[in-house]
Design a protein around this ligand. Structure first.
Ligand code: KIV
Ligand code: NA
Length: 275
């Protein structure tokens, strides 16, 4: 399993870091066997697997539950779990308890928190307590209500400078990695160059130290329309829906199960049973 120091080394060698989300046992198994460097148990699971409107509805117990399943599926891959909305904002104590649940109870190797400002101090405190923290800047979906939608961030010179300052503050606070979401590629590149810690982009162009995508977007699994930055490598909806339809039709027509799906008792036992 790769560890925090390995990601730093990868950046040093310009070796790209491949991160993918996983939310359950089978997807975690696939992601591990595909050789991903890091798994993110993202709170995007709120939308992709729980059907919520946004990540704001996701609870700590949701994240514990899903991280446990991912850990069982990918015991040899570094796992970062998102700290959900409002679990790292109230005070130090609540933040520590939430991180404890994710690492000790669920099996995460690190946690991810969104935003800067007051969160910089939380990152400091978590790091001091031995919790590796990945920061998340740019588009921060837990703040969708404040941002007024999912929009590209850091498009003006001022906003880009603020992002760079926030990223440096996060590195200074002890973050071992930063996820940068939905920012112009030039801004992402300059932040990547300015930091010693790896920057993982999503909708941040090709210049970052690595990329992260959501599993269900990669697979086109129940996602509908996807963002501009998504590339899908399979189309499970296109294959999966007709597969389920075929099953339903075959059951209704009596075509399934066929002989090869059926167990048979031998004649002697049948005789003993029914004479
Ligand atoms: O929850 C998530 O999937 C994320 C990624 C989009 C970075 O935070
Ligand atoms: Na997230």
């Amino acid at each position: 399993m790769k560890r925090t120091a390995d990601f730093l080394k990868m950046k040093g060698k310009s070796e790209k870091i491949a991160m993918i989300t996983a939310y359950d046992f089978p997807s975690a198994k696939q992601v591990q066997s595909a050789g991903a460097d890091v798994i993110l148990v993202g709170d995007s699971l709120g939308m992709t697997v729980l059907g919520y409107e946004s990540t704001v509805s996701v609870t700590l117990s949701d994240m514990v539950h899903h991280t446990k399943a991912v850990k069982r599926g990918a015991p040899d891959t570094f796992i970062i779990t998102d700290m959900p909305f409002m679990t790292y904002h109230v005070n130090r104590e609540e933040t520590m308890k939430a991180a404890q649940a994710l690492m000790q109870e669920a099996g995460a190797d690190a946690v991810k928190v969104e935003g800067a400002g007051d969160i910089v101090q939380r990152v400091q405190e978590l790091t001091a307590a031995g919790v590796p923290v990945c920061a998340h800047l740019g588009l921060t979906p837990q703040s969708v209500g404040v941002m007024g939608g999912y929009k590209v961030q850091g498009k003006t010179a001022e906003a880009a400078q603020k992002l760079l300052d926030d990223a440096k503050a996060m590195e200074q606070a002890g973050a071992f990695m930063i996820v940068l979401e939905c920012v112009p590629h030039q801004v992402a590149l300059s932040i990547t160059k300015a930091l010693a810690i790896p920057v993982i982009g999503i909708g941040a162009g090709a210049g970052t130290d690595g990329q992260v995508l959501v599993y269900h977007d990669i697979m086109r699994y129940g996602v509908g329309r996807t963002a501009k930055f998504v590339k899908s490598y399979a189309d499970f909806d296109e294959e999966g829906i007709p597969a389920v339809q075929s099953y339903v039709n075959e059951v209704k027509k009596g075509v399934f199960p066929a002989v090869e799906h059926t167990f048979t008792m031998n004649e002697e036992e049948l005789d003993r049973l029914y004479g």
